[in-house]
Design a protein around this ligand. Structure first.
Ligand SMILES: Cc1cc2nc3c(=O)[nH]c(=O)nc-3n(C[C@H](O)[C@H](O)[C@H](O)COP(=O)(O)O)c2cc1C
Length: 225
C-alpha cells in the first residue's frame, strides 16, 4: 500500500514539473531557431527601425560569431531597401538601415535640393543609428540609390566612421536611369571613402532583377544559395 501511495506521489510530481515547464525540448529548439532568423529576416521590418537595427547588430555581436557579413544600406523611397533585404536573405548577412539624423523630406524636389547641396559641398550628413563598431564583420555589402550621379553623401559618413583595414566592401545600387557612368562614379566615391578596404566591383541592377543579384552574389562571394 505504502509503495502504491509513493508511486502515485512520484507520478503526480512529474506531471506537475512538466506542466510548469510548459514546453517540450523540441518546442525550445524551435524558439531559438526563430529568434536567430530575426537577424536577417524581413520580419524584423515590422519592428521600429531603431529596434530593428540595434537588434540586428547586437545579436550579431553576441550570438553569431561566425556570421561576418553586414548588409548596410541607405534608401529614401524603398528600392534599395528591397534589394538589401533580398541580399541579406540570400547571404545570411545582418541587415542595417543607415538612418540620417535629419530625415530627408517626403517631397522629391525638396530632397533633391538638399542632396545636391550635400554633394556639391562633399558633406557628411550625420547618422542617427551609427553602430559603435562593425569589427565583427569582414564582408560589407553597402547599398544606396544613385543621387546626383553618385552615391548619397551619407554613404561617405558611414564608411569613414570605421577602420576598414582588411575588410571587403561590395557596393550595390540602382537608379531611375540605370546610367552606368553614374554607377561608375558612385563606385569611385565608395573607393575614396573606404580607406584600407578592398572595394570590389559593384552591382548595378534593378531590385526586381533577382537573377542578376543572384549571379553577382555567386560571382563575388561564391554564394549559391
Ligand atoms: C535626391 C535624389 C537624386 C537623384 N538623382 C538621380 C540621378 O542622378 N540619376 C538617376 O538615374 N536617378 C536619380 N534619382 C532617382 C533614384 O536613384 C531612384 O528613384 C532610386 O530608385 C531611389 O532608390 P531608393 O528607393 O532606395 O531611395 C535621384 C533621386 C533622388 C531622391
Amino acid at each position: 500500500m505504502l509503495k502504491k501511495i509513493l508511486g502515485l506521489l512520484m507520478a503526480a510530481t512529474m506531471i506537475f514539473a512538466l506542466a510548469a515547464c510548459g514546453q517540450t525540448p523540441a518546442q525550445n529548439s524551435d524558439n531559438s531557431a526563430s529568434s536567430d532568423s530575426v537577424v536577417s529576416s524581413k520580419t524584423s521590418q515590422t519592428q521600429s527601425s531603431e529596434a530593428k537595427t540595434s537588434a540586428s547588430i547586437g545579436e550579431a555581436q553576441t550570438e553569431s560569431t561566425d556570421n561576418k557579413t553586414l548588409v548596410a544600406y541607405f534608401s529614401w523611397s524603398g528600392n534599395t531597401e528591397e534589394m538589401a533585404s533580398y541580399i541579406a536573405e540570400q547571404t545570411g548577412g545582418d541587415l542595417l538601415e543607415i538612418e540620417p539624423k535629419a530625415a530627408y523630406p517626403a517631397d522629391y524636389n525638396e530632397t533633391g535640393d538638399i542632396a545636391k547641396v550635400e554633394r556639391d559641398e562633399n558633406a557628411r550628413p550625420e547618422i542617427a543609428n551609427l553602430p559603435a563598431s562593425i569589427d565583427a564583420y569582414d564582408t560589407i555589402l553597402v547599398g544606396y540609390p544613385i543621387w546626383w550621379h553618385t552615391a548619397p553623401m551619407i554613404i561617405g559618413t558611414f564608411l569613414e566612421s570605421y577602420d576598414l583595414s582588411g575588410k571587403e566592401v561590395y557596393p550595390f545600387t540602382q537608379s531611375a536611369s540605370m546610367d552606368t557612368e553614374q554607377f561608375n562614379q558612385s563606385i569611385e566615391f565608395v573607393r575614396e571613402v573606404s580607406e584600407g578596404a578592398t572595394v570590389h566591383n559593384g552591382l548595378f541592377a534593378r531590385p526586381s532583377d533577382t537573377g542578376a543579384i543572384d549571379d553577382y552574389l555567386e560571382e563575388v562571394l561564391g554564394n549559391n544559395k
